[in-house]
Design a protein around this ligand. Structure first.
Ligand SMILES: Nc1nc2c(ncn2[C@@H]2O[C@H](COP(=O)(O)OP(=O)(O)OP(=O)(O)O)[C@@H](O)[C@H]2O)c(=O)[nH]1
Ligand SMILES: [Mg+2]
Length: 278
Protein backbone atom coordinates (compact mmCIF):
# COMPACT_ATOMS: atom_id res chain seq x y z
CA UNK A 1 0.00 0.00 0.00
CA UNK A 2 1.40 3.44 -0.84
CA UNK A 3 2.55 5.50 2.15
CA UNK A 4 -0.11 8.14 1.47
CA UNK A 5 -2.76 5.87 3.01
CA UNK A 6 -2.28 7.43 6.43
CA UNK A 7 -1.18 11.04 5.94
CA UNK A 8 0.54 13.01 8.70
CA UNK A 9 -2.48 15.17 9.48
CA UNK A 10 -4.40 12.01 10.40
CA UNK A 11 -1.83 11.00 13.00
CA UNK A 12 -2.32 14.45 14.50
CA UNK A 13 -6.12 14.19 14.29
CA UNK A 14 -5.91 10.85 16.10
CA UNK A 15 -3.86 12.37 18.93
CA UNK A 16 -6.36 15.23 19.29
CA UNK A 17 -9.24 12.78 19.36
CA UNK A 18 -7.62 10.79 22.17
CA UNK A 19 -7.14 14.04 24.12
CA UNK A 20 -10.79 15.09 23.71
CA UNK A 21 -12.44 11.78 24.50
CA UNK A 22 -12.47 12.17 28.28
CA UNK A 23 -14.18 15.57 27.89
CA UNK A 24 -17.23 14.40 25.94
CA UNK A 25 -20.35 12.56 27.11
CA UNK A 26 -21.05 10.50 24.04
CA UNK A 27 -19.44 9.67 20.71
CA UNK A 28 -21.46 9.60 17.52
CA UNK A 29 -19.60 7.42 15.05
CA UNK A 30 -20.66 8.14 11.47
CA UNK A 31 -20.34 5.37 8.88
CA UNK A 32 -21.57 4.97 5.29
CA UNK A 33 -24.79 2.94 4.96
CA UNK A 34 -23.58 1.59 1.59
CA UNK A 35 -20.61 -0.11 3.30
CA UNK A 36 -21.61 -0.33 6.99
CA UNK A 37 -18.71 -2.59 8.00
CA UNK A 38 -15.89 -1.38 5.76
CA UNK A 39 -16.56 2.25 6.67
CA UNK A 40 -15.90 1.64 10.34
CA UNK A 41 -12.40 2.13 11.62
CA UNK A 42 -11.29 -0.72 13.94
CA UNK A 43 -8.69 1.57 15.47
CA UNK A 44 -11.48 4.00 16.42
CA UNK A 45 -13.61 1.14 17.78
CA UNK A 46 -10.71 0.23 20.06
CA UNK A 47 -10.27 3.84 21.21
CA UNK A 48 -13.99 4.08 22.01
CA UNK A 49 -14.08 1.05 24.32
CA UNK A 50 -16.04 1.94 27.42
CA UNK A 51 -17.31 5.20 25.96
CA UNK A 52 -21.02 5.90 25.40
CA UNK A 53 -21.41 5.37 21.69
CA UNK A 54 -23.99 5.69 18.91
CA UNK A 55 -23.33 4.43 15.39
CA UNK A 56 -25.01 6.42 12.62
CA UNK A 57 -25.30 4.76 9.20
CA UNK A 58 -25.42 7.96 7.16
CA UNK A 59 -26.19 8.38 3.44
CA UNK A 60 -29.06 5.93 3.90
CA UNK A 61 -30.75 7.75 0.99
CA UNK A 62 -28.04 6.23 -1.27
CA UNK A 63 -28.18 2.72 0.20
CA UNK A 64 -30.61 -0.08 -0.58
CA UNK A 65 -33.31 0.19 2.13
CA UNK A 66 -33.75 -3.58 2.33
CA UNK A 67 -30.06 -4.14 3.09
CA UNK A 68 -30.05 -1.21 5.51
CA UNK A 69 -32.79 -2.89 7.54
CA UNK A 70 -30.80 -6.13 7.58
CA UNK A 71 -27.65 -4.32 8.69
CA UNK A 72 -29.48 -2.50 11.51
CA UNK A 73 -30.85 -5.80 12.77
CA UNK A 74 -27.49 -7.57 12.65
CA UNK A 75 -25.60 -4.71 14.29
CA UNK A 76 -28.22 -4.41 17.04
CA UNK A 77 -27.95 -8.13 17.65
CA UNK A 78 -24.24 -7.56 18.14
CA UNK A 79 -25.15 -5.12 20.93
CA UNK A 80 -24.54 -1.84 19.13
CA UNK A 81 -26.68 1.26 19.42
CA UNK A 82 -27.21 2.11 15.77
CA UNK A 83 -29.56 4.11 13.57
CA UNK A 84 -29.81 4.86 9.86
CA UNK A 85 -29.75 8.50 8.81
CA UNK A 86 -29.52 10.83 5.88
CA UNK A 87 -28.03 14.26 6.25
CA UNK A 88 -29.68 15.06 2.91
CA UNK A 89 -33.15 14.30 4.27
CA UNK A 90 -34.63 15.35 7.55
CA UNK A 91 -34.02 12.95 10.38
CA UNK A 92 -32.98 15.57 12.89
CA UNK A 93 -35.54 14.78 15.59
CA UNK A 94 -34.84 11.05 15.46
CA UNK A 95 -31.10 11.56 15.88
CA UNK A 96 -31.51 14.14 18.65
CA UNK A 97 -33.83 11.76 20.44
CA UNK A 98 -31.26 8.94 20.25
CA UNK A 99 -28.48 11.20 21.49
CA UNK A 100 -30.69 12.23 24.41
CA UNK A 101 -31.57 8.63 25.24
CA UNK A 102 -27.98 7.43 25.13
CA UNK A 103 -26.99 10.47 27.14
CA UNK A 104 -29.56 9.83 29.82
CA UNK A 105 -28.22 6.30 30.08
CA UNK A 106 -24.70 7.63 30.51
CA UNK A 107 -26.09 9.85 33.29
CA UNK A 108 -24.68 13.16 32.06
CA UNK A 109 -21.55 13.92 34.00
CA UNK A 110 -21.79 17.67 33.77
CA UNK A 111 -24.28 20.43 34.57
CA UNK A 112 -23.72 22.43 31.39
CA UNK A 113 -24.32 21.34 27.81
CA UNK A 114 -24.10 17.75 26.69
CA UNK A 115 -20.97 17.29 24.63
CA UNK A 116 -20.98 15.01 21.63
CA UNK A 117 -17.89 14.08 19.64
CA UNK A 118 -18.62 13.16 16.02
CA UNK A 119 -16.04 10.83 14.52
CA UNK A 120 -15.55 8.44 11.61
CA UNK A 121 -13.55 7.81 8.46
CA UNK A 122 -13.30 10.59 5.81
CA UNK A 123 -16.21 11.66 3.60
CA UNK A 124 -18.95 9.68 5.38
CA UNK A 125 -20.81 12.92 6.14
CA UNK A 126 -19.76 13.81 9.69
CA UNK A 127 -19.91 17.55 8.99
CA UNK A 128 -23.17 17.19 7.03
CA UNK A 129 -24.76 15.31 9.96
CA UNK A 130 -23.65 18.10 12.28
CA UNK A 131 -25.10 20.76 9.97
CA UNK A 132 -28.39 18.87 9.92
CA UNK A 133 -28.45 18.88 13.74
CA UNK A 134 -27.40 22.52 14.05
CA UNK A 135 -30.01 23.45 11.45
CA UNK A 136 -27.70 25.46 9.19
CA UNK A 137 -24.44 25.13 7.28
CA UNK A 138 -21.96 25.69 10.07
CA UNK A 139 -19.36 23.03 9.36
CA UNK A 140 -17.58 22.75 6.02
CA UNK A 141 -18.82 19.92 3.81
CA UNK A 142 -17.31 18.63 0.56
CA UNK A 143 -17.54 15.72 -1.87
CA UNK A 144 -13.97 14.52 -1.25
CA UNK A 145 -12.15 13.06 1.75
CA UNK A 146 -10.19 15.36 4.05
CA UNK A 147 -12.45 18.44 4.02
CA UNK A 148 -12.50 18.93 7.79
CA UNK A 149 -8.93 19.68 8.82
CA UNK A 150 -9.22 20.44 12.53
CA UNK A 151 -11.62 19.98 15.41
CA UNK A 152 -14.45 22.48 15.69
CA UNK A 153 -17.15 22.92 18.36
CA UNK A 154 -20.67 23.69 17.14
CA UNK A 155 -23.67 24.57 19.24
CA UNK A 156 -27.09 23.05 18.68
CA UNK A 157 -28.64 24.65 21.77
CA UNK A 158 -27.76 25.61 25.33
CA UNK A 159 -28.04 21.88 26.12
CA UNK A 160 -26.12 20.38 23.25
CA UNK A 161 -22.69 20.95 21.73
CA UNK A 162 -21.10 18.94 18.96
CA UNK A 163 -17.44 18.49 18.14
CA UNK A 164 -16.65 18.00 14.45
CA UNK A 165 -13.43 16.06 13.84
CA UNK A 166 -11.33 15.23 10.77
CA UNK A 167 -11.85 11.83 9.12
CA UNK A 168 -9.71 9.08 10.56
CA UNK A 169 -8.60 5.94 8.71
CA UNK A 170 -7.01 2.94 10.39
CA UNK A 171 -3.21 3.25 10.26
CA UNK A 172 -3.02 0.11 8.11
CA UNK A 173 -5.32 -1.05 5.33
CA UNK A 174 -7.04 -4.13 6.75
CA UNK A 175 -7.61 -5.82 3.37
CA UNK A 176 -7.57 -4.98 -0.32
CA UNK A 177 -11.32 -5.59 -0.47
CA UNK A 178 -11.91 -2.91 2.18
CA UNK A 179 -9.68 -0.57 0.17
CA UNK A 180 -11.89 -1.02 -2.89
CA UNK A 181 -15.06 -0.45 -0.89
CA UNK A 182 -13.67 2.73 0.63
CA UNK A 183 -12.45 4.00 -2.74
CA UNK A 184 -15.83 3.21 -4.33
CA UNK A 185 -17.68 5.42 -1.83
CA UNK A 186 -15.01 8.12 -1.98
CA UNK A 187 -13.66 7.71 1.55
CA UNK A 188 -10.05 7.48 0.42
CA UNK A 189 -8.36 9.81 -2.01
CA UNK A 190 -8.41 8.68 -5.64
CA UNK A 191 -4.57 8.64 -5.77
CA UNK A 192 -4.40 5.80 -3.24
CA UNK A 193 -5.81 3.10 -5.56
CA UNK A 194 -5.85 3.17 -9.39
CA UNK A 195 -9.24 4.45 -10.60
CA UNK A 196 -9.55 1.74 -13.26
CA UNK A 197 -9.02 -1.04 -10.73
CA UNK A 198 -11.61 0.45 -8.39
CA UNK A 199 -14.10 0.89 -11.25
CA UNK A 200 -13.60 -2.73 -12.33
CA UNK A 201 -14.18 -3.89 -8.78
CA UNK A 202 -17.30 -1.70 -8.58
CA UNK A 203 -18.60 -2.97 -11.95
CA UNK A 204 -18.18 -6.53 -10.69
CA UNK A 205 -20.09 -5.69 -7.49
CA UNK A 206 -22.88 -3.94 -9.37
CA UNK A 207 -23.21 -6.92 -11.71
CA UNK A 208 -23.67 -9.14 -8.65
CA UNK A 209 -25.83 -6.85 -6.50
CA UNK A 210 -27.84 -4.75 -8.94
CA UNK A 211 -27.18 -5.50 -12.62
CA UNK A 212 -30.32 -3.61 -13.67
CA UNK A 213 -28.69 -0.37 -12.46
CA UNK A 214 -26.07 -0.83 -15.20
CA UNK A 215 -28.57 -1.86 -17.86
CA UNK A 216 -30.67 1.22 -17.17
CA UNK A 217 -27.84 3.75 -16.98
CA UNK A 218 -25.48 2.47 -19.68
CA UNK A 219 -27.47 -0.04 -21.76
CA UNK A 220 -25.09 -2.84 -20.74
CA UNK A 221 -25.77 -6.40 -21.89
CA UNK A 222 -22.74 -8.10 -20.39
CA UNK A 223 -21.50 -9.82 -17.26
CA UNK A 224 -17.88 -8.78 -17.86
CA UNK A 225 -16.69 -5.86 -15.68
CA UNK A 226 -14.30 -4.60 -18.38
CA UNK A 227 -17.10 -4.65 -20.93
CA UNK A 228 -19.22 -2.60 -18.49
CA UNK A 229 -16.56 0.13 -18.55
CA UNK A 230 -16.62 0.03 -22.38
CA UNK A 231 -20.40 0.44 -22.31
CA UNK A 232 -20.02 3.48 -20.03
CA UNK A 233 -17.55 5.00 -22.51
CA UNK A 234 -19.85 4.36 -25.49
CA UNK A 235 -22.94 5.58 -23.70
CA UNK A 236 -21.24 8.79 -22.52
CA UNK A 237 -19.38 9.33 -25.82
CA UNK A 238 -15.91 9.04 -24.28
CA UNK A 239 -13.39 8.49 -27.08
CA UNK A 240 -9.68 9.06 -27.43
CA UNK A 241 -8.27 10.88 -30.45
CA UNK A 242 -8.17 8.19 -33.13
CA UNK A 243 -11.53 6.78 -32.06
CA UNK A 244 -10.61 4.27 -29.35
CA UNK A 245 -12.80 4.20 -26.22
CA UNK A 246 -11.43 6.30 -23.34
CA UNK A 247 -11.66 3.65 -20.61
CA UNK A 248 -9.80 5.74 -18.08
CA UNK A 249 -12.38 8.51 -18.19
CA UNK A 250 -15.19 5.96 -18.33
CA UNK A 251 -13.87 4.39 -15.12
CA UNK A 252 -13.90 7.78 -13.39
CA UNK A 253 -17.42 8.48 -14.71
CA UNK A 254 -18.75 5.16 -13.38
CA UNK A 255 -17.30 5.88 -9.92
CA UNK A 256 -18.61 9.42 -9.90
CA UNK A 257 -22.10 8.49 -11.00
CA UNK A 258 -22.27 5.68 -8.44
CA UNK A 259 -21.08 8.04 -5.67
CA UNK A 260 -23.70 10.62 -6.62
CA UNK A 261 -26.46 8.01 -6.40
CA UNK A 262 -27.27 8.23 -10.10
CA UNK A 263 -27.31 4.45 -10.46
CA UNK A 264 -29.97 4.14 -7.79
CA UNK A 265 -29.87 3.08 -4.15
CA UNK A 266 -27.12 0.48 -3.85
CA UNK A 267 -25.42 -1.24 -0.92
CA UNK A 268 -22.00 -2.77 -1.61
CA UNK A 269 -21.68 -5.27 1.23
CA UNK A 270 -23.93 -7.66 3.10
CA UNK A 271 -23.47 -8.91 6.67
CA UNK A 272 -23.10 -12.60 5.76
CA UNK A 273 -20.25 -11.89 3.32
CA UNK A 274 -16.88 -13.50 3.99
CA UNK A 275 -14.53 -11.17 5.85
CA UNK A 276 -17.32 -8.72 6.75
CA UNK A 277 -18.54 -10.11 10.07
CA UNK A 278 -16.73 -8.76 13.12
N1 LIG B 1 -26.69 11.75 -0.58
C1 LIG B 1 -26.12 12.09 0.58
N2 LIG B 1 -24.96 12.79 0.57
C2 LIG B 1 -24.41 13.12 1.76
C3 LIG B 1 -24.99 12.76 3.00
N3 LIG B 1 -24.20 13.21 4.00
C4 LIG B 1 -23.16 13.84 3.39
N4 LIG B 1 -23.29 13.79 2.05
C5 LIG B 1 -22.32 14.32 1.05
O1 LIG B 1 -21.09 13.61 1.26
C6 LIG B 1 -19.98 14.46 1.09
C7 LIG B 1 -19.11 14.45 2.33
O2 LIG B 1 -19.77 15.10 3.40
P1 LIG B 1 -18.96 15.75 4.62
O3 LIG B 1 -19.94 16.14 5.65
O4 LIG B 1 -18.00 16.78 4.14
O5 LIG B 1 -18.14 14.46 5.12
P2 LIG B 1 -17.12 14.37 6.33
O6 LIG B 1 -17.30 13.03 6.95
O7 LIG B 1 -17.24 15.54 7.22
O8 LIG B 1 -15.73 14.37 5.54
P3 LIG B 1 -14.26 14.84 6.03
O9 LIG B 1 -14.39 16.12 6.76
O10 LIG B 1 -13.55 15.00 4.73
O11 LIG B 1 -13.72 13.73 6.84
C8 LIG B 1 -20.57 15.83 0.73
O12 LIG B 1 -20.59 15.96 -0.67
C9 LIG B 1 -21.98 15.77 1.30
O13 LIG B 1 -22.87 16.64 0.62
C10 LIG B 1 -26.21 12.01 2.98
O14 LIG B 1 -26.80 11.61 3.99
N5 LIG B 1 -26.72 11.71 1.73
MG1 LIG C 1 -15.95 16.99 7.69
Amino acid sequence: MPIQWFPGHMAKARRQLVERLPLVDIVVEVADARVPAASRNPDLTALLKGKEHLLVLNKADLADPVYTRTWLKVLRERGLAVIDFSAKRDGREKLLQYIKERGARAGWRRHGATRVLVAGIPNVGKSAVINRLVGRRSARVGARPGVTRGQQWLRVSAELELLDTPGLLPPKLVSEEIGYKLAAVGAIRPEVLPTEEVALWLADRLLKFKPESLTEAYATDTYEPLEVISCVARRRGLYLPGGRLDLERAAAVLLHEFQEGRLGRITLEVPEEKGVAE
